[in-house]
Unconditional design. Structure first.
Length: 166
């Protein structure tokens, strides 16, 4: 089974979401469902059908989160020495694209990414979180400062210069 990599913050957010779903949202939906049932004829009861769909969605999300955190590995944010700055989970990487754009990305697990690098790099420049499985993640994986790598982005070949790894 494949490990799910999450930062400590990402893990805590998922646990918080799971608790809210189980303790607040699901009980509220079940109450709504009971009230809708009490209205009578269920075949044409929109409120009942809507509450049932919401219940299914919440149960699905609960299951998804439980499965995810069952096999989670927390990304360690250890300080790397100057000679050991290899890009891996938890790295903060400053890169320069071949068009001159410079920005910093944080390498996180798939579940925490903030953008898809197959879309637009220019859309978000602050707090960019990428996965090692993204096109850029695959290109910079295990590399170090001043390496020049190539990647495909929007069906174009791009060169990326790694300026710094923290």
């Amino acid at each position: 089974m494949k490990k799910n990599y999450l930062t400590k913050e990402g893990y805590e957010q998922l646990v918080q979401e799971l608790n809210e779903l189980k303790k607040v949202k699901l009980p509220a939906i079940l109450e709504r469902l009971g009230e809708a049932k009490a209205m009578g004829d269920l075949s044409e009861n929109f409120e009942y059908k809507s509450a049932l769909e919401d219940k299914d969605f919440i149960n699905s999300r609960i299951s998804e989160i439980e499965t995810l955190i069952d096999d989670v590995e927390i990304i360690k944010e250890e300080k790397k020495s100057k000679t050991d700055k290899i890009i891996d989970y938890g790295s903060k990487v400053t890169v320069k694209m071949d068009d001159g754009d410079i920005f910093t990305v944080t390498v996180v697990g798939t579940w925490e990414t903030t953008m898809d690098f197959d879309k637009s790099l220019k859309a978000v420049k602050d707090s960019i979180k990428i996965s090692l499985e993204s096109p850029m993640g695959l290109a910079i994986k295990w590399k170090k400062s001043w390496d020049l790598v190539k990647m495909r982005l929007n069906n174009e070949r791009k060169e990326v210069k790694i300026l710094d790894v923290k």
